[in-house]
Design a protein around this ligand. Sequence first.
Ligand code: PEP
Ligand code: MG
Length: 741
Amino acid sequence: MLRAVRDAVGHPAPAPVRLAKVVDVIAKVLRADVCSLYLRQRDGAMALAATHGLRAEAVFSTRLAPGEGLVGLAAAATGPIAIQDVQNHPSFAYRPETGEDAYSTFLGAPLLRSGIVGGVLVIQHVADRSYDDDDIEALAIVASLMAEVAADPDFLAFVANDENAPTARIAGIRISPGLSIGVAAMRDPPLPIQRMVAEDIPFEIKRLESAVERMLGELDNLLSTPDLQTSGEHRDVLEAFRLAASDDAWIRRIRKGVEQGMTAEVAARRVQTEARVRLRRAPSAYLRERLADLDDLAGRLVRGLALEAGEPDFAELPKQSILFAHAMGPAELLELDRSRIVGLVLEEGSLSSHVAVVARALSIPAIAGVPGALSIVQPGDQIILDADHAQALLRPAAQVLSTFKASAAARSARKASYANTGHGPAHTRDGHRISIMANAGLLLDVETAINEDAEGIGLFRTELSFLGRSGLPTLDEQIALYSEVRRISGGRPIAFRTFDHGGDKTPAALINHREANPALGWRAIRIALDLPDSLREQLYALAVAAANDDLNVMFPMVAEVDEIRQARAILGVALNQAASDGKAPRRVNVGVAIETPSLVWQGERALRRMDFATVGTNDLLQFTFAADRDGVRMNDRYDSLSPPALSMLRHIVRAARRAGTPLSVCGEMASDPLGAIALAGLGIKNLSVSPSSVSLIKEIVRNLDTTTVKKLIDELIDSEEHSVRSQIHEFAVSHGLPLEE
Ligand code: PEP
Ligand code: MG
């Protein structure tokens, strides 16, 4: 059956003819009176693309809105659904042009790939009959093959060819600024149609077995690398992954697919798709992690098999890719080929997600919080990503494209003009100096920051450069990185923050535990104090890189003064060691990132012990509002420009003043033009912003009058409104402050 389907699909005829043959074949083999194929259209509707049994004139004129009819039910299901007495089913949507009233049963399967429904395959019978497990399994098998077909560019183009391919606009939130034009790309391109059906089943099983062997061998090699020789948590994690990999159950499931006639790739892809579908619904964090492992393993196997069959590496992204994904971790973005990515659209995530930090560091325009984006875009669609306005235009009309290009040109001219006039320190209109530094984590953004004339690096995220790997960096790697950061910065001050691991930034080497709430779990200084040798090593590396110069070092996620005491003790040991090696810094300033409400409530006491402090509003506000910084539903829920947030910040500013400790703000709020205005109004004298925002924020400062803005914030802080953003916006507009890059 599969071979007949494959032959029909691969026949050198136009797409509609091929699909017509496919449904004939399926109807014949499954002895069905009707076989219909619905393909998802650009707008999410399901269009009848081919049918055996329904009226031919219904092809492409019958369209069902998303969720409509039994087809809509099947599209939302995770496997085939069987329905008897169709006409009386509450979801039945009668379409007279199809002649469907003659049939009383329905068996429909979603065409699922990479968590996206590409269409629905349906069989129907005149006689009222119930479908048994064999029928259901047979349809599921053909459906997994047809899911690859539905994602093939040939068929996508055919579906897109109709007039129902409107320009679409999707909106989310801006997580990394910028404008770009590119083509939509996904992470799992379809498998080549020629390689879908096993010609020789025993041979295919051998291929599968040797691919599994190879994969296990690779994991063993990984486990025997010197880094992992000592026993430890990271080793346990990889061991667990290795165990999952050799687990018989999922390999047996792939093997069964091959015995049913699929190639090993298609069968492995099917298991991967199943893992993804279950992943989205899995109730427990433990189960989600197991399923994510399975997704990863099956994906590795698919790729290994395709490469072995001589296919080009399909993990390679097209040039000028605008990558669409449900969610993404920071390490994953670092692992992808950056030279090919010009934009990122995520269904989940928010401005303060770590993937956003990485996107900004790499200057990749990005928007997030766009649920359903994956269901209306297809690989190869032209995309305008206007991250500045938190939107993307899919398949834009020519006129839209030219308007966009003009505005992109105007934007670069404006930016160039800020940069020309913008160098040098920034003073407000009434003569107060506000220093504008930049946040960085990669050498690349240290360079951008210096080119933009940031006055220093107000936050260097030391963990970011090492995220793409499973283990911790060596001492030498660390010394090399920190020295290079210092060299590029050319003597400007840098605040090095010790590793902020945990949350979504955990190297595999450290994960051996399942946490229900990783953001509230084993993170940052908590890990550092539990693994004092690693912290000492990092502090030693920072000291050596700063030999005979000044070192500013700070600790993330501190929750109480006592943690500062412990960290300082470890710092003392590291500094003694550096001194006995003749490499001590000239002076060491110790700082703290204020990121937890508990530290705020020890504010003055904590700040008196510190040489400097910086407010990490991303974490501090998520904990203050008890609202996940990555949660899509939380994006608009609370505002940093709201009375509770501003009051808390004012409390910190006053504590720092009393303690006589220099204070800065390095969270994303400082890079938001309205946020920067509010912070200036609260009396903050040092902002650390994303490198690309340096010129704009300096320009704002230069146009600001501190007395007026202070008065505004003093008034707004007592308001009972959900947000005072619009009032600050009005203020900015009426005072002619620039708000856009
Ligand atoms: C913050 O929490 O505001 C911060 C700057 O740290 P990160 O975004 O790296 O967690
Ligand atoms: Mg933080």
